[in-house]
Design a protein around this ligand. Structure first.
Ligand code: ME8
Length: 507
């Protein structure tokens, strides 16, 4: 299982949007590891191009200094948020630079690249081209209002247009390739118009911060081509130093290519579902197996933006509520693939589910086992929640396979709710008072202990820290895998009292 997040621009700090995609990837990675898969989970930073060069100069830094600092910021955030990536890629790494150069050379050798003139309205101040429409009647740049010039420059172009038919066919032949369906339709709509060729270079005289083209060192690779290739670099499929013909383009067996799943936000759908697959077709490489596009986090009803000053800092919520609670809120609140809104009220409501349902169940169960049976789980036949457990396992697994992560979490929480109802019905405190009901009490406690084990395994992908605490108070060295949670003999547990998993926080 090879899954990826976007590589985030090294021009800004990690925010809650980046955290969402990365949590989603981490939760899927943990889920598949639990199921025994060999997982490669990739994330990283996108470090070349105009955005980075401009931000570095604004801060009076060299581009690489900015990238070093930002790559550290992302790695620190992911460490604090318990992200278990296997590989953090930086596009300034020598290995990646080599793969990008080999990749564009390969496209050139196969006849898919040509040089041509690009002509457009260029703002020297903004260092970018604007379309006629963006300029308006005044012919001034829409950002700073300065004059623009008509310039012509040499660019290299990728014959993207020649892969239009093949891409449409691929989308039709693989109905699940782009998930969810609304995004698939969006891409098909885009492909209704003729596809243009893609400019894949910038003259170094205008933009120096990029990977030089191997066949013309005066030009650097367009940052999106550079960035997309990261997925290939990390797969280990391409060996740029090998002689031509042996670099891995002909045969990817033995590498992790193709990726099983690219996770992206809807802002970068076209680059991933049009540029990337056509570039891969040009290089003669297999396409990624699936692309999951998720929606947008807004704050209340407003877009999150630096200029509005409403960017939600994941680290602040992490400090107050813990990383697990943040992860739970983001993954439970956003229907996977859709949009969602952050408000402090919604956050507290979702947090309430953790403390009132799951946390409450865990503390009631462990304290009763300690109080009534000295921490040992009684051997008892029968399990009053067998059906509920079986149903939860089934529902969680099909929801995860179908990338309905929010529903998988709802199903797991439903099992915790059923267990709380079971406690109310069985009234173990009454069973404990009546010596004649000892056998019933044993069954109640054994049922609850088994359910907690299963819940620990089910929730581990989304609540890794708290579930490790829970496993600890059941006397286990770590969270059991699902299979073990179902079969582990209960007399191997040794239960101790625990503090609240999700303590009350004063709003
Ligand atoms: O686009 N809601 O990087 P980037 C949900 N470097 N997700 C959000 C979000 C929000 N408000 N804001 C950001 C780039 N994201 C390129 C990618 S990949 C080869 C190159 C998430 O730093 C979401 O996953 O702008 C989105 O696609 C990504 O961050 C964009 O991050």
């Amino acid at each position: 299982m090879y899954l990826t997040t976007p590589i985030y621009y090294a021009s800004g700090e990690p925010h809650i949007g980046h955290a969402y995609t990365t949590f989603l990837a981490d939760t899927l990675a943990r889920y598949h590891r639990q199921a025994g898969a060999d997982v490669l989970f990739l994330t990283g930073t996108d470090e070349h191009g105009q955005k980075i060069q401009e931000e570095a100069s604004r801060r009076g830094m060299a581009p690489i200094e900015l990238c070093d600092a930002m790559a550290d910021r992302f790695r620190e955030a992911w460490a604090a948020l318990d992200i278990t990536y296997d590989r953090f890629i930086r596009t300034t790494e020598p290995e990646h630079v080599g793969v990008v150069r080999a990749f564009v050379q390969r496209l050139m050798d196969r006849g898919h690249i040509y040089a041509s003139e690009y002509e457009g309205w260029y703002s020297v101040h903004e260092e970018r081209f604007f379309t006629e429409k963006e300029l308006g009647p005044e012919r001034t740049d829409p950002i700073a209002g300065r004059p623009v010039e008509r310039i012509r420059e040499k660019n290299y172009f990728f014959r993207m247009s020649s892969f239009q038919e093949a891409l449409i066919r691929h989308i039709h032949d693989h109905p699940d390739w782009i998930h969810p369906e609304s995004r698939r339709n969006e891409v098909l709509g885009f492909l209704n118009k003729p596809l243009e060729d893609l400019s894949i270079s910038r003259p170094k005289s205008r933009l120096a911060w990029g990977i030089p083209l191997p066949f013309d060192e005066d030009h650097v690779t367009y940052v999106w081509v550079d960035a997309l290739v990261n997925y290939l670099t990390a797969s280990g499929a391409i060996r740029p130093d090998a002689p031509a013909g042996e670099q891995g383009f002909e045969d990817v067996t033995g590498s992790r290519w193709p990726a099983d799943l690219h996770l992206i936000g809807k802002d970068i759908l076209t680059t991933h579902a049009v540029y990337w697959p056509t570039l891969l077709m040009g290089a003669g490489l297999p396409l990624p197996r699936r692309i999951l596009t998720h929606g947008w986090w807004v704050v209340g009803e407003t877009k999150m933006s630096k200029s509005l000053g409403n960017v939600v800092d994941p680290m602040e919520l992490h400090t107050t509520f813990g990383g697990d609670a943040l992860r739970w809120f983001l993954l439970r609140e956003m229907p996977t693939g859709g949009d969602a809104s952050y408000t402090p009220e919604r956050f507290l409501t979702r947090y309430g589910e953790l403390s009132n349902v799951l946390g409450n169940l865990a503390s009631r169960t462990t304290s009763m086992i300690v109080r009534y049976r000295g921490g040992e789980v009684p051997a008892a036949g029968g399990n009053g929640l067998d059906d509920a457990i079986r149903a939860a396992l089934q529902e969680v697994s099909s929801a995860m396979e179908e990338l309905r992560v929010h529903e998988a979490l709802a199903e797991a929480m439903a099992l915790a709710r059923s267990a709380n109802v079971y406690i109310e019905q069985r009234e173990p405190w009454a069973q404990a008072k009546d010596p004649g009901l000892g056998g019933d009490l044993d069954e109640t406690l054994a049922t609850l202990a088994r359910t907690l084990l299963v819940l620990a395994a089910l929730f581990e992908p989304v609540l890794p820290r708290r579930m490790a605490d829970l496993a600890g108070s059941l006397g286990l060295p770590g969270v059991p895998r699902l299979e073990e949670a179902v079969t582990l003999p209960l007399d191997t547990l040794s239960v101790s009292k625990m503090g609240p998993l999700f303590p009350r926080v004063d709003a």
